[in-house]
Design a protein around this ligand. Structure first.
Ligand SMILES: Cc1ncc(COP(=O)(O)O)c(C=O)c1O
Length: 302
């Protein structure tokens, strides 16, 4: 199953801008948002080896977890439709809003949506709860929220290994899985930067070290915790304006929750002189553009 897409590669796009020229910075964006219209970015990177593991284990269904606007739920549902397996989404409820574009799409793909109240949703890592779900869905391969596990790291490691040499690789960070996988695959002469999209993200440093031995042993990475712009799902008018202007100038769509927050942070770092002249930076566009529909639906953007 994973082999179907293993030959799909996303392009690298060089960015030309007066700020980059003035600071003598070479910026390339890895356009993982273009991997597939519905299963893009780090969602595909994380799913790829999980789908292979699911097949190897002889499981015919995928069960996973997410909030009502989750990119991961959207991508998992799309993968189920594309590859022809049953999907189950345990959705943080308590109720389902059938007009929500993410859930509507997931349902159209055939995903079975199981809303649970917030107390139950909090049990999503609890071994007894997971055993109960496995009993209820014996054919299901259970994938954690956001798709982060050791198989997910392999996909992000593969991404890092596929990149040309660079001084820095930068990505947005939610759970830390993508960053951990990139650290696994990056050369030791490359510094891997994660832009935390949540408030008070310092605790993720421990999680990332738990996910990746190389993160535990090596110093060539950093989690930047000052660019959350208000916290998860929050963003300033300036950030959203930046996303729109960037799209206009470079023809690269950004959403303000992950990819846009990361590029906005990168821009500020470049302006502040964080990077020495002649530095080559590769920024990973992790997709998530389906989230724009959800933001419009909630009137958070025009
Ligand atoms: C589009 C997008 N980019 C980045 C991330 C953050 O990835 P991670 O949770 O692996 O840190 C997510 C969340 O999974 C996401 O949906």
């Amino acid at each position: 199953m994973a082999a179907v897409y293993s030959s799909f590669e996303s392009p690298l796009q060089t960015i030309n801008h007066p700020l980059l020229a003035a600071r003598k910075i070479q910026l390339t964006i890895k356009r993982d948002d273009l991997i597939h219209p519905q299963i893009s970015g780090n969602k595909w990177r994380k799913l790829k080896f999980n789908l292979a593991a699911m097949q190897q284990l002889g499981k015919s269904e995928l069960l996973t977890f997410g909030g009502a606007f989750s990119n991961h739920i959207h991508a998992s549902a799309a993968a189920g439709k594309l590859f022809g397996f049953t999907t189950h989404g345990i959705i943080r409820g308590p109720e389902l809003d059938s007009e929500n574009p993410t859930l509507r799409y997931a349902k159209q793909c055939g995903m079975n949506l199981h809303p649970v109240d917030r107390v139950t949703y909090r049990l999503r890592h609890d071994q007894n709860y997971l055993a109960e779900l496995q009993h209820q869905f014996p054919n299901a391969y259970i994938l954690p929220e956001g798709g982060t596990n050791s198989a997910a790291l392999l996909g992000c490691k593969e991404l890092a290994e596929s990149l040309p040499p660079a001084d820095y690789i930068i990505c947005p960070t939610g759970s830390g899985g993508t960053l951990a996988g990139l650290i696994e695959g990056a050369s030791q002469s490359t510094t891997v930067l994660g832009v935390a999209v949540i408030k008070q993200a310092e605790y993720l440093i421990t999680d990332i070290k738990q996910l990746s031995n190389r993160a535990k042993q090596q110093q060539n990475w950093q989690l930047l915790c000052d660019f959350h712009d208000g916290g998860y799902g929050k963003f300033s008018a300036n950030l959203w304006q930046f996303c729109q202007a960037f799209n206009h100038q470079h023809d690269i769509p950004l959403e303000p929750i992950y990819s846009g927050k990361m590029i906005y942070a990168l821009w500020q770092l470049i302006e502040q002189g964080f990077f020495a002249p002649h530095t080559h930076i590769i920024a990973i566009h992790t997709g998530g553009l389906q989230g724009l529909d959800g933001l419009r639906y909630r009137n958070l953007i025009d």
